[in-house]
Design a protein around this ligand. Sequence first.
Ligand code: FAD
Length: 439
Amino acid sequence: TTTVALFTRDLRVHDNPALSAAARGADHVVPMFVRDRRIGAGFADGRARFLDECLADLDRNLRGLGARLVVREGDPAEEVARLAEEVDAERVHVAADASAFARTREAALAAALGRRALEVHPDVHAVVPPGGVRPQGGGHFSVFGPYHRRWQEVPWRPVLPPPERLSLPRLRVGSVPRVSGPGGETKGRERAASWLDDGVHDYADQHDALAEDGTSRLSPYLHLGCVSALELARRAGDGPGAEAFVRQLAWRDFHLQVLAARPEVAHRDFRPRGDHWREDPESLLAWQQGRTGIPIVDAGMRQLLAEGWMHNRARLITGSFLTKTLYLDWRAGAAHFFAHLLDGDIANNCLNWQWVAGTGTDTRPNRVLNPLRQAERYDPDGDYVRRYVPELAHLPGALVHQPWRLPERERGGYPPPLLDLGEGRARFLNARQGSGGRR
Ligand code: FAD
């Protein structure tokens, strides 16, 4: 018998229930990835390249097991059905996913495969998959605290080793990109190992410090499934650092179960607050390019453009600034992040944006972060700003956070603030009160 293991964003051979199931009992396994151009449209170059690196690495790992990755391009349902026909596959295995896009794709696949079976594996992406914990009375959780308490009680499945040996039937194999770089399972596992060895101990104290390398930076690998969240949670160990880290993995699961229950929240407010977001293309552009004149905001936005990643504290500050201080639609912020973040993920991106905008699961939806207070607290010496805003690199200490206090000639050409922070905040609070937005 022959099976097809269809990879989507589970680009790994370790702890991959879909791949393991495909290998179990089959004579031949055909590992496959379909490039769907609809997904990459609008992505920054770095994101596309990271995916190529992941595919190249997956192919290398599959070759080590005796197979190769078949890459085709086009409509996934059509391409998979065609390959299944070519190799006369009995069934196709794929990871379940929560987005509306993934679910439509799944249904189209099942239809295109006809008599060949489609097996969808719910336990690939999350530690506890959507539906693994439910509130009393059913449905899904919409507040993290109670979700997390129940999440901690759920037993985790064992970590799966890579399949022992795969055998590939004779067939035409599409080209796998020949690139190398930080992307892929091999580098992801190295990073995970050194993080769990070293970094995670200090995570509880360090994760909010903007200038430190105090978080795992595993998010791009988690997004594309180069490392398994379940394996990370299982191997994290004990202590405050490990606990705080595993709690963040629970946030990831929490968002996935919200998206699974309410796929429309990728575009629509989870809890509408009657907002009439402003239209202000110039301010939006200044925010995107990191020239709002608020150094801590601009440092975050420039880190995103330079690295395809942004520190979580900076995501909170820049997100609050866009949606509350500027009062611009969270969807515009989410779209910009999604194009540039290597970890850009429908569930985490849209639901974190909604959390920040107060239209999501935050139980204090109208809080506005003050970027200056945030800067004092999380970048007290100004090192983070100086790293990403070179015009201000000559300013010592915390002075870097308020360049407008200096004469213009000492500001290195850095722009003045787009608006008065207090006025922005007042406009937002008025708008929310006017629309009955306070709960
Ligand atoms: P660590 O602090 O080391 O955390 C470990 C892992 O836990 C992360 O890799 C991630 O998978 C998960 N995690 C951590 N924080 C969160 C969170 N708040 N929600 C869900 N999962 C979390 N994360 C994404 O993976 N993709 C996104 O598109 C994304 N967009 C965001 C947009 C905004 C506006 C905000 C405020 C946050 C967003 N996050 C997103 C969450 C968080 O900022 C990143 O997961 C984190 O910064 C990644 O860095 P890390 O791997 O070093 O995280």
